[in-house]
Ligand binder design. Structure first.
Ligand SMILES: *[C@@H]1O[C@H](CO)[C@@H](O)[C@H](O)[C@H]1NC(C)=O
Ligand SMILES: *[C@@H]1O[C@H](CO)[C@@H](O)[C@H](O)[C@H]1NC(C)=O
Ligand SMILES: *[C@@H]1O[C@H](CO)[C@@H](O)[C@H](O)[C@H]1NC(C)=O
Ligand SMILES: *[C@@H]1O[C@H](CO)[C@@H](O)[C@H](O)[C@H]1NC(C)=O
Length: 350
């Protein structure tokens, strides 16, 4: 009787732990090591002085390995800058530290030409693009500039937070060629084993398309999961009637055999923030691509943080939102359901 009672208490406690995973008091972060490396790219010869070379078009991977790591590596793929994974909009804790506390190895990725990987093999040009107003709309903070959604998960009265958000951007290349370049380097990283044998890509915006392309290029079986936050642009198989786009947001069409690699990934989730109607082009594309992946035996779902998870005012970058602990809780559930939460040493340390 006593045993029964105590195991019932234990179960109850275990049940309540789930929602407290990302609450205070925080656990300290214990790292075994951190560092970074360059990967992919090529070495080209100078056209005028052939024995002088340039090493270029590599990607840059920064890593943080917990003292007692889980098996799955979380590779965080931004579209604006790595800052979005580091902090919440108000400077609070971001995904990087949240998941390090949960003992996941964390990798911050700058694909070729962006961020800390920006030594290009070709000339590039920077034109100031007066992007602040466009950022407000693209990140879905409200229907028009400084007209915030009433429920938006952003500290709307904090001008410094807005200034931080709109300043944290790299020069980026939303071109078809850059999607190929970045996914080429990322596929080499995935196959190399240097980022682990169980990889889950966490992506934002145009990073989602790049992670999907990477998956269709990698030859190994290391890519186990993809969670896209507001992916703009999708990959389609060449056996359906869809016209390939010429711009950086697709549609991208790949041979069916390559597309089928997406169906080999254990679990894929296309996540949408709030205030995204069903007739938004990318929402429609995510539903179609999920259906196609599942048609080939895969496991892809669309999740709207509003309608499906009951969150309010989630932005284009929901993992940086004021309620990012709730968004992180949903990711934690995803990892658990896909059985991607085991510890590397096989013990259950939860
Ligand atoms: C270029 O390479 C050649 C042959 O390897 C070598 O003899 C020469 O010194 C090099 N020139 C320079 C400027 O390094
Ligand atoms: C995968 O294999 C194909 C065919 O051998 C090769 O062309 C491609 O470069 C490989 N991909 C990677 C990422 O190494
Ligand atoms: C493909 O779609 C286009 C545009 O919707 C249409 O005009 C064309 O007839 C379709 N082709 C096939 C083979 O279904
Ligand atoms: C999308 O649906 C809304 C109603 O939910 C409608 O007002 C809007 O015009 C539609 N947009 C497009 C592009 O169809």
């Amino acid at each position: 009787m006593l045993d029964l009672l105590s195991s019932a208490t234990f179960l109850l406690l275990a049940g309540t732990v789930t929602c407290d995973k990302f609450e205070r008091p925080r656990k300290p972060i214990y790292l075994e090591k951190s560092g970074g490396f360059q990967i992919g790219g090529k070495i080209i010869n100078s056209p005028s002085r052939p024995n002088e070379t340039l090493s270029c078009d590599h990607g840059y991977m920064e890593y943080f390995i917990p003292w007692r790591p889980r098996r799955t590596s979380l590779v965080m793929w931004h579209s604006s800058s790595t800052q979005v994974w580091q902090n919440r909009w108000d400077g609070g804790e971001g995904y990087k530290d949240m998941f390090l506390r949960r003992n996941y190895p964390v990798y911050l990725w700058d694909g070729p030409r962006v961020g800390r990987a920006n030594w290009a093999c070709e000339p590039t040009t920077y034109f100031p693009s007066y992007q602040d107003h466009a950022n407000f709309g693209a990140w879905n903070f409200g229907p028009s500039y400084k007209n915030w959604w009433p429920d938006v998960q952003f500290p709307t009265r904090d001008e410094a937070a807005w200034q931080q958000a709109t300043s944290a951007r790299y020069v980026e290349y939303d071109t078809k060629a850059n999607v190929e370049l970045q996914s080429d380097a990322a596929a080499i990283a995935a196959d190399s084993g240097r980022i682990g044998e169980d990889i889950v890509y966490l992506t934002n915006s145009a990073g989602g398309l790049r992670a999907m392309m990477t998956t269709t290029k990698a030859n190994g079986t290391n890519i186990k999961g993809i969670v896209t936050y507001e992916s703009i642009g999708y990959v389609f198989p060449d056996n359906i009637n869809i016209t390939a786009g010429t711009g950086g947001f697709g549609p991208f069409v790949v041979p069916l055999e390559r597309f089928k690699k997406l169906a080999k990934v254990k679990s894929i989730q296309f996540v949408w923030g709030d205030h995204r109607p069903e007739n938004h082009t990318s929402v429609m594309e995510s539903r179609l691509v999920a259906k196609l992946i599942n048609q080939y035996g895969g496991n892809a779902k669309v999740m709207k943080l509003g309608e499906d998870a009951g969150l309010k005012g989630s932005t284009h970058i929901p993992f940086a939102d004021l309620d990012n602990r709730k968004v992180a809780g949903l990711l934690d559930d995803f990892l658990e359901e896909a059985e991607l939460d085991e510890y590397a040493d096989g013990d259950d340390w939860n």
